[in-house]
Ligand binder design. Structure first.
Ligand code: ASP
Length: 445
């Protein structure tokens, strides 16, 4: 029997009523036998995520301050779930020991990992499932990447297809056996690792929205949900700011072709978004979506006969490398080249970079402009379609948006457009509305 791995995000495990929903979801499909919970998230807008409170406790302990405030909030959340669900998971004693561990200088990663660990203990008790501790099954290598032996060890640990397993997300162990966490939102990665380890049929990622949307709902009113999107498209969209799913969580399942299904714990009847390896030949829309990010800086230099100077581009890029700044895009013309970088990354290095460029490349002109936004129109369907670029730029012209940068990758998976920050929202709305006419050749499966 093929299994389904279900990862539940912070809002899906925020209180005991969410735990009850999870039980129902699992009962809805007997293949759902591996559960990967996050740490409890916010129950309402004003509340803190448990992970944030845990980091706070760690920082306060380092400063020898009393943990009373944040630790009481943490303690109450776990004890509340335990009491409301009539569980006997020994939470009070575990939490008392944990507090002493924090006060005695437990590492930051260890403290943060307990958010998931304690949630997993409660979840396993509630579901009558076997608890699998990532400290024995999820291994980071020397470089901080996942050691492939994880898949074998974890697969063997969860080999019995008739059993229900709960493995907390967000952490594993480093080469020294110390607890190490992923980056924030990393339980998605743990879920993907579990999915691959048990070779599941689908990796379900349960959250509080019914899948991905084709544009940011804070900018576009009621954007369409995305029914199906490819791994490649989702990488581009999430890199360009569409969030819901951790972008590093794609790789473990992508490499072995396991589809991901983003689902809503509060509306389990909704089909959500499927992330798959291959899309059908004709998709409903020409594009998967529009995403973007604000606040980039563009360094532009001109030098006559630049194209004849061997190694010119390498030297330009070398300046940024030398200052430890990664590059987003690099549009060029015969005698000019621009380098687009995130303004946050540049920080206070602008003057130093300009100085390096002047000294090393002796350009005829050199300037830097800040407050630039990058937008990406993403879609595998664009490869076969004539006229997508025409639609994109007509839409921007009609919205009176001045285009500063145009860049289309060789994959033809996206068109990147740079505009002034002030035009960002207007441009996203214009692109979304013009690209959302369904493809007349599309027939739903
Ligand atoms: N609890 C961790 C965080 O808040 C990991 C996760 O939720 O995925 O980042």
């Amino acid at each position: 029997m093929a299994r389904i791995v279900c990862k539940f995000g912070g809002s899906s495990v925020a209180d005991h009523t969410q735990f009850l929903k999870i039980k129902k979801i699992l009962q809805g499909n007997s293949k759902r036998t591996v559960v990967v919970p996050s740490a409890p998230g916010k129950r309402h807008g004003g509340e803190a995520k448990l992970t944030d409170l845990l980091y706070l406790c760690h920082d306060m302990a380092q400063k020898k301050l009393s943990l009373d405030g944040p630790f009481t909030l943490i303690r109450d959340r776990y004890l509340d779930i335990e009491t409301q669900l009539n569980l006997n998971a020994g939470m009070a004693a575990t939490l008392d020991t944990f507090r002493i561990e924090i006060e005695n200088g437990a590492t930051r990663d260890f403290v943060a990992s307990r958010g998931e660990y304690l949630c997993g203990v409660l979840m396993a008790a509630f579901l009558g499932a076997e608890f699998v501790d990532p400290k024995d099954t999820v291994f980071f290598d020397k470089t901080g990447r996942i050691d492939p032996k994880t898949y074998d060890v974890l697969g063997a640990r969860m080999a019995d297809e008739t059993k229900l397993y709960v493995m907390p997300g967000f952490y594993g162990v480093d080469v020294k056996g110390q607890i190490k966490t992923f980056s924030r939102g990393g339980s998605d990665i743990s879920g993907a690792i579990a999915a691959r380890a048990v070779k599941c049929e689908v990796y379900e990622n349960w959250t509080d929205v019914s899948g991905l949307l084709m544009a940011d709902p804070r900018i576009v009113e009621n954007p369409h949900p995305l029914d199906e999107v490819s791994y490649r498209e989702i990488r581009e969209l999430s890199y360009m700011g569409a969030s819901v799913f951790h972008d590093e969580a794609i790789a473990p399942v992508r490499e072995v072709g396991i589809p991901i299904n983003i689902r809503n714990t509060n509306r389990p009847e909704d089909p959500g978004t499927r992330i798959v390896a291959h899309l059908p030949e004709v998709t409903k829309y020409d594009i998967a979506g529009v995403a973007g990010k604000k606040n980039f800086s563009m360094f532009s230099l001109e030098k006559n006969m630049m194209n004849k100077e061997v190694g010119f581009a390498r030297k330009v890029l070398g300046v940024f490398e030398g200052r430890g700044v990664s590059i987003e895009h690099c549009p060029s013309s015969i005698d000019s080249i621009s380098v687009v970088v995130s303004s946050e990354e540049i920080g206070d290095k602008t003057e130093a970079i300009l100085e390096d460029i002047r000294r090393i490349l002796e350009p005829d002109t050199l300037d830097v402009q800040h407050d630039i936004s990058l937008l990406a129109v993403v879609g595998e369907g664009m490869t076969h379609q004539i006229g997508i670029a025409a639609k994109v730029f007509t839409a921007l012209r009609d919205a009176e948006v001045n285009v500063r940068i145009i860049d289309q990758g060789a994959s033809e998976l996206n068109i990147i457009i740079g505009v002034d920050n002030k035009d960002y929202a207007k441009a996203i709305r214009a692109l979304y509305s013009v690209m959302m006419t369904p493809n007349p050749a599309y027939r739903p499966a």
